[in-house]
Design a protein around this ligand. Structure first.
Ligand code: GSH
Length: 294
């Protein structure tokens, strides 16, 4: 085990600029804007400001699923927010999300326009607006929301806890990796037991609960997050694997994963999305590699 006793916390914590670790450059102990810049606004009512991290993908999958289901009002402009460059701290972004995290959305179909931030709130807003992917029956609706909010509460242990210490921290701290690996495996087991008896998170209905959970836990078992599938023995969660592959086969999920993506194979990236035809008309030669933080 690492020597954890080497550090004694001071009486009052102070911000050390050189704290180290991946993405340390965008971490700050204060909120608010760092620079003045308005957000662009396209021609559709729904304006999304995002990046294809798991939290971003939840929303683009939902929008693509709505369009595939015939809800034309879900046409949207998806603008890229490069969080590694601090674009979430622009005055325009902070106005729509004071928490400075993607995804954030504005519905210009309402007067005055409605801002929505937090991926779970966005999924719920869209589900209610279009009457889709959220069961109407009170018992089923409650179950769907149980799992939606389970994801919102659980994923920070996966991303901010396990992913941070396993993949991004400047050193491998055994205590932290053990603690969060144990919790993530427990979460995978929760999902696995549930999916053993249910086709989707909410019985036989594909809902916003699946859309929230899949980009995180599906990515983990497909080894698309933190390169940790082997470490966590992800293949042993057979029901999670079955569900993950089933959802991955959906065309709308394939499209949703591409929107605002700036990493991975270039053919899987669509930096901005303004029309359905953008998926076919990509100008890949303009793209250069970049990095994202899941
Ligand atoms: N609970 C939020 C979490 C959003 C979040 O953590 N977004 C990350 C990318 S996945 C982000 O924008 N990070 C930028 C930063 O921390 O400055 C949600 O689900 O929307």
């Amino acid at each position: 085990m690492n020597d954890a006793s080497a550090y004694t916390p001071p009486k009052v914590w102070k911000w050390e600029m050189e704290s180290g670790g991946a993405f340390a450059n965008i971490n700050r102990p204060v909120a608010g804007a760092t620079h003045d810049r308005d957000l662009p606004v396209g021609r559709h009512p729904i304006q999304l400001y995002s990046l294809a991290t798991p939290n971003g993908v939840k929303v683009t999958v939902m929008l693509e699923e709505l369009l595939a289901a015939g809800h034309d009002g879900a046409e949207y402009d998806a603008w890229l927010i490069r969080i590694n460059d601090g674009e979430q701290f622009s005055s325009g972004f902070v106005e729509i999300n004071p928490n400075s995290k993607i995804p954030a959305m504005v519905d210009h179909g309402a007067a005055p326009p409605i801002r929505v931030f937090e991926s779970g709130a966005i999924l719920l807003y869209l589900a209610e607006k279009f009457g889709a992917f959220l069961p109407g029956d009170p018992a089923k609706r409650a179950e769907c929301l149980n799992w939606l909010f389970w994801q919102m509460g659980s994923a920070p242990y996966l991303g901010g806890g396990f992913g941070h210490f396993y993949a991004y921290a400047p050193e491998k701290f055994e205590y932290a990796i053990d603690r969060y690996a144990m919790e993530v495996k427990r979460q995978l087991d929760v999902l696995d037991r549930h999916l053993a008896d249910n086709e989707y998170m909410c019985a036989d209905e594909y809902t916003i609960a699946d859309m929230a959970i899949w980009p995180w836990y599906g990515a983990l078992v497909l080894n698309k997050a933190y390169d940790a599938a082997e470490f966590l023995d992800a293949k042993s969660y057979t029901h999670v694997n079955r569900w993950t592959k089933q959802i991955a086969r959906r065309a709308a999920v394939g499209r949703g994963r591409m929107v605002n993506r700036v990493s991975g194979p270039l053919e899987e990236q669509l930096r901005e999305r303004h029309e359905a035809g953008d998926f076919e008309n990509k100008t890949q030669d303009k793209l250069e590699p970049a990095e994202t933080k899941p």
